[in-house]
Design a protein around this ligand. Structure first.
Ligand code: ADP
Length: 306
């Protein structure tokens, strides 16, 4: 179990990047969703022992990661957002080098471990090719191979599918799901589909706070009966959005929008709108919109009191 308790991170500025994050994460894939700037990377980097929190605690199976970062180095694999590659090396050489840097070795030598890892991520066929010729998906799989080297208890993957085409994305999903069988995988992303496809549990983070800690199914169920869909002409969309909680507006035929709306009152659909099944994307956006308006209300009431 990865237990994060009341984690606070304040950068110089000051920037309150994490404002008391508490999460308990068991085995399997856990999705961390949030818009850009929400604090996901700060949280990942802090759990990975690369950043020191301002306060709060993180334990992995009871061991304190913050007090003893050596634990995390032994038990953690990390695929960061900007994973650096040496383009002139072959995949096999690159992986051997990563194993050396990580201090991973075994009786058969590093080459053998690297070959087994490449097999695990379906890259054996490209072992002798230069990394510069790898596709985005192949690079991500190579990154994952180094992350799982040494069989860590916890693997962190930060925005792994950004920039991958649909086929590569699904191949990467299958691999992640397989690797999550007996370890904790923490998947940080702003792509809702990643979480909908992969994660039995998820949290939404916004403005450095956890605004939802749930399952994709429960998140959808919570807004079921409250989602409506209809069409709004493009020149009326801005005005419409001022009065309704719009979760998506997709331009259709150039002049009209197919609009999805969340209504707290299930009997108050906008005129001409029909009830629609809730998606995880809706649930995610409703969590973000609700927390933003709560934050705005808090700012306004502080302003009014001052
Ligand atoms: P996300 O990964 O969700 O996009 P980040 O964790 O990168 O969010 O950023 C959270 C907040 O902290 C943002 O406001 C960002 O601008 C700020 N931030 C991130 N890194 C630093 C830093 N090194 N110094 C100051 N502010 C930072």
């Amino acid at each position: 179990m990865l237990s994060i308790h009341n984690l606070i991170k304040i950068y110089a500025g000051p920037v309150n990047a994490l404002q008391g994050v508490t999460l308990n994460i068991g085995e399997g894939l856990f999705g961390l969703l949030g818009p850009n700037g929400a604090g996901k990377s700060t949280l990942m980097n802090t759990v990975a022992g690369l950043l020191e929190p301002t306060s709060g605690s993180i334990t992995l199976d009871g061991a304190d990661i913050v007090k003893d970062p050596r634990i995390v180095r032994r038990q953690l694999g990390y695929l960061p957002q900007d994973f650096g590659f040496f383009p002139d090396l072959t995949g096999l050489r690159m992986l051997e080098l990563m194993l050396k840097l990580k201090g991973v070795d075994g009786p058969g030598g590093r080459r053998k471990i690297a070959q087994a890892l490449l097999e695990r991520v379906n890259l054996s066929h490209a072992a002798k090719r230069k990394v510069s010729g790898y596709s985005g998906g192949m690079r991500q799989r190579l990154g994952l191979a180094q992350a799982i080297a040494g069989n860590p208890r916890l693997v962190i993957v930060d925005e792994p599918t950004a920039g991958l085409d649909p086929e590569e994305r699904h191949r990467f999903y299958r691999l992640l799901a397989e690797l999550a069988k007996n370890r904790i995988i923490l998947l940080s992303t702003h792509i809702v589909e990643d979480v909908a496809t992969l994660c039995p549990r998820m949290a939404v983070i916004q403005g450095g706070r956890v605004v939802a800690d749930t399952t994709p199914r429960a998140a959808r169920a919570a807004i079921d009966g409250h989602m409506f869909e209809g069409f709004i002409p493009d020149d009326q969309l801005d005005e419409f959005s001022k009065h309704h909680s719009v979760t998506s507006a997709i331009l259709s035929e150039g002049s009209t929008n197919r609009v999805r709306v969340h209504s707290a009152d299930a009997n108050a659909a906008p005129a001409g709108f029909a009830s629609s099944l809730a998606t995880l994307e809706d649930a995610y956006l409703v969590a973000i919109l609700t927390s933003r308006s709560a934050q705005l209300a808090a700012i306004n009431s502080t302003g009014a009191a001052a």
